[in-house]
Design a protein around this ligand. Structure first.
Ligand SMILES: [Zn+2]
Ligand SMILES: [Zn+2]
Length: 255
């Protein structure tokens, strides 16, 4: 906006009108697709085109860890049968792909509450039933939290909490030391890196309860396993995990 001459009040009024118009528009704006921004009928949902691009995982796969089952397995995968994982039940809304990645990135760097709500909408049906449940977001180290200003998983846990009426406690679990990005590391390296990185701050908050860990993207699960270890040591009766996206290695028998 440029001032034409001193004392000309028109631009000022124009700015006022413009911001009012924007506010009114935001208020009356129809819901938009979280993937591409096109107008959709329902709030926090995807348009048909984006919907087709997203690979929804739902309750398919191993009843414990959620990974796609081989043709020889019935409901539990061989790995879970041989060695039951610390996380009693793992579910992810979608497979990690271009669109699910883009949503996770926008949430992580943009603090977009609407995106957290979209994720929660698709994650909520995957949260198991039961009494005495508490949602716990995978924590960031305090240095990372100060830098970013928010924990993206805590935003999603908050949205899930409002949707399901289950309390979210973002303070119960603490990341006591910073960990480098696990990308490119072997499974053993990942496990070593995150071992002992988490601690329960308030065991009373989780004693005898089912803790539902909330994460944005699940890769090998080393971080979540380390969280589960701390939570069970802290007295949690059961640990479940629900994440937005999961890296699924396509099984040759599935495709
Ligand atoms: Zn779309
Ligand atoms: Zn399994």
């Amino acid at each position: 906006m440029r001032w034409h001459s001193a004392g000309d009040k028109r631009p000022m009024i124009a700015i006022g009108l413009k911001s009012f118009a924007r506010w009114a528009l935001d208020f009356a704006l129809p819901p938009r697709c979280a993937g591409c921004g096109t107008i959709v009928a329902e709030v926090h949902s995807f348009c048909t085109d984006c919907w087709k691009q997203v690979d929804f995982l739902g309750h398919s796969g191993c009843s414990t860890c959620g990974i796609p089952l081989q043709s020889t397995e019935s409901t539990i995968c061989g790995a879970c049968l041989a060695r039951p994982p610390r996380i009693d039940r793992t579910r992810a809304a979608v497979a990690y792909g271009d669109l699910s990645r883009s949503l996770a990135v926008h949430l992580k760097y943009g603090r977009k509450v609407a995106i957290a709500r979209t994720m929660a909408r698709y994650m909520a049906p995957l949260v198991g039933d039961g009494e005495d449940r508490v949602l716990v977001p995978v924590p960031l180290h305090r240095r990372r939290l100060w830098k970013r200003g928010f924990n993206q998983s805590a935003l999603v846990a908050g949205a899930l909490s409002r949707k399901l009426g289950i309390m979210s406690d973002p303070l119960v679990l603490r990341r006591i030391r910073p960990t480098p990005p696990l990308k490119g590391m072997s499974l053993i390296q990942r496990r070593k890196t995150v071992a002992g990185a988490f601690r329960v701050r308030n065991p009373r908050a989780i004693a005898g309860k089912t803790v539902i860990l909330v994460d944005d993207v699940l890769t090998t699960g080393s971080t979540a396993e380390a969280c589960a270890r701390a939570l069970k040591r802290g007295g949690a009766a059961r640990v479940e995990l629900v994440s937005w996206a999961r890296v699924v290695k396509p099984s040759p028998l599935m495709r």
